[in-house]
Design a protein around this ligand. Structure first.
Ligand code: N01
Length: 481
């Protein structure tokens, strides 16, 4: 029997725990730094936060939820879903809350991981599964004068519980997925919203709809029915996936839809010109929204496209010399996704630091295994993000693969460590495919400073699932057992 430590109790950690418990691995603890489970869905509490992938696919395939109120549910419902799931699967007693992992070191003599927590504690594990996600570290850009701003300045992922913006002048920096949810939610309640846009995003109409009570009753009575909308959404994401991976017709279709949305929703040509994307479609996440452009057209919302020069005590100064007065400044400026696992310090065989191994950019075989780091399997690791499908689909594929790995570990023998040649050839293949991908077309959270794409999977989601379905012992230097 293997003792397993999972770092993090978001969707990834919970998916791994569920799969392992189901497979009979009972000696398992999830170390969670927060005071409740939920990962990004616990942390992101900004007004308007919700899912931009339809819920039938943004949920575990084996745990459909007939109670979703709508196709794109708000964050509260998603967090509730995860909490209920963890409770029903008996996972909550296995979660140790407020347990911040600071580091983990491989003890070669013992063949085990020694995991340290911020309170000075140590947990020993045969298998270590970091599941800290990719979007846990908010980035606040360094802007001249930012420290002198007199009002509250908050990042979207650290929205204070008691912050209300009613009647206030709010400056929002950024126009990514977070901003396009936040701005429509506060427009009309805030006195004025000023949006500072550096790059206009590509958008698509959001095919959202409220789900009826009849549907809920039907899906509760016949849970198998939930496969129907799941396949429907799957089809949608398939087209999006084909579009970003280079299929001309799919690409043209989505581009046409996006352009039509802008033409319809932004009749003023001057405003339309300012919100028309200049980057290749898909090189950043394409955003589902029906409310973004109508919000920008409101008289109490302003779009500023002049670059930010500095933050002043009372607002934001742009390069055209205008000071935009703000009572509250919101940084919707995204996350550091490329420094995987930071600030957790992982030391593998011979004391090798994972951050050193990843100096030129993170990599992992199938996004899960790194040579020199035995019995360690990452959830949502390098090159497993998807801009067009559900991350939870990837989580499930990883969890299934990790169960097979843990079975091998539990069966005894040498620790399980991916062969360097296998890892190198895999990484070369992934990077070769990424080199001609749409994501090379702009700067984004997918890329390191040198341009290496370390977050995204280059192909379709189904390919990832297929390639991870069966663990090949030979990849780990084991003969077929
Ligand atoms: O962050 P982003 P996000 N001056 O990095 C701008 C997930 N998510 O939090 O494009 C001025 O996308 C930056 O400008 P530019 C989802 O995976 C999911 O919005 O770099 N502007 C950009 O506009 C998403 O992809 C949901 O020129 C500056 C923005 O800030 C990921 O989180 C909901 C700047 C950052 O956009 C991140 O989204 C929300 C500066 N110095 C988020 N620095 C779901 O619904 C940055 N910007 C599941």
């Amino acid at each position: 029997m293997a003792r397993i430590v999972i770092i993090g109790a978001g969707f990834g950690g919970i998916a791994a725990a569920a799969a392992l418990v189901r497979a009979g691995f009972d000696d398992l603890v999830l170390l969670e730094k927060g005071d409740r489970i939920g990962g990004v869905w616990r942390d992101n509490t900004y007004p308007g936060c919700g899912c931009d992938i339809p819920a039938p696919l943004y949920s575990y395939s084996f745990a459909p939820n007939p109670q979703w109120s709508r196709r794109f549910p708000p964050r509260r419902e998603i967090l509730g879903y995860l909490q209920d799931f963890a409770e029903r699967w008996g996972l909550l007693p296995r979660v140790r809350l407020n347990a911040q992992v600071t580091g983990a070191a491989w003890d070669d003599a013992a063949g085990r991981w020694r995991v340290s927590t911020a309170d000075g504690g140590e947990v020993v594990a045969d298998v270590l599964i970091p599941a800290v996600g990719q979007l846990g570290n908010p980035v606040v850009p360094v802007l001249k004068g930012a420290q002198r701003f007199e009002g509250p300045a908050v990042h979207t992922a650290r929205w204070p519980e008691d912050l209300t913006v009613d009647g206030l002048n709010v400056g929002v920096i950024g126009t990514g997925a977070s901003a396009i949810q936040l701005v429509p939610a506060i427009a009309g309640r805030a006195g004025r919203v000023t949006v500072f846009q550096r790059t206009p995003p590509w958008t698509l109409p959001k095919p959202d709809r409220r789900y009826s009570h009849l549907r809920e009753r039907l899906y509760t009575r016949f849970p198998g029915l939930s496969r129907v909308p799941r396949w429907g959404v799957w089809g949608m994401t398939w087209v999006a996936g084909r579009a970003v991976t280079g299929h001309r017709v799919a690409g043209a279709l989505l581009k046409g839809m996006s352009n039509a949305q802008r033409r319809l929703q932004v009749p003023d040509p001057a405003l339309r010109a300012r919100v028309t994307p200049v980057e290749p479609m898909g090189c950043k996440r394409v955003l589902f929204t029906n409310a973004w452009y109508p919000a920008l057209r409101r008289p109490d919302v302003g779009l500023v496209t002049a670059p930010i020069e500095a933050v002043t005590p009372n607002g934001v100064l742009t390069s055209d010399g205008v000071e935009h007065r703000c009572d509250v400044l919101v940084y919707a400026t995204g996350f550091d996704a490329v420094d995987f696992l930071v600030p957790v310090r992982i030391r593998g065989r011979d004391g090798k630091e994972l951050s050193d191994v990843w100096r030129d950019g993170a990599f992992a075989y199938l996004g899960m295994s790194v040579p020199g780091f035995p019995n360690l399997f990452l959830m949502y690791g390098p090159n497993t993000n998807t801009g067009n499908s559900s991350v939870i689909y990837f989580h499930e594929a990883q969890a299934r693969h990790i169960v097979q790995a843990v079975r091998l570990v539990a069966a005894g023998g040498a620790p399980l460590e991916v062969r360097r040649e296998r890892s190198d050839s895999y990484d070369a293949e992934i990077q070769r495919r990424l080199a001609t991908s749409v994501w090379t077309g702009c700067r984004s959270w997918y890329r390191t400073a040198t341009g290496r794409i370390v977050t995204n999977w280059p192909g379709m989601a189904a390919e990832y699932r297929r390639r991870t379905r069966r663990l090949r012992p030979a990849d780990y230097g084991r003969s077929l057992e």
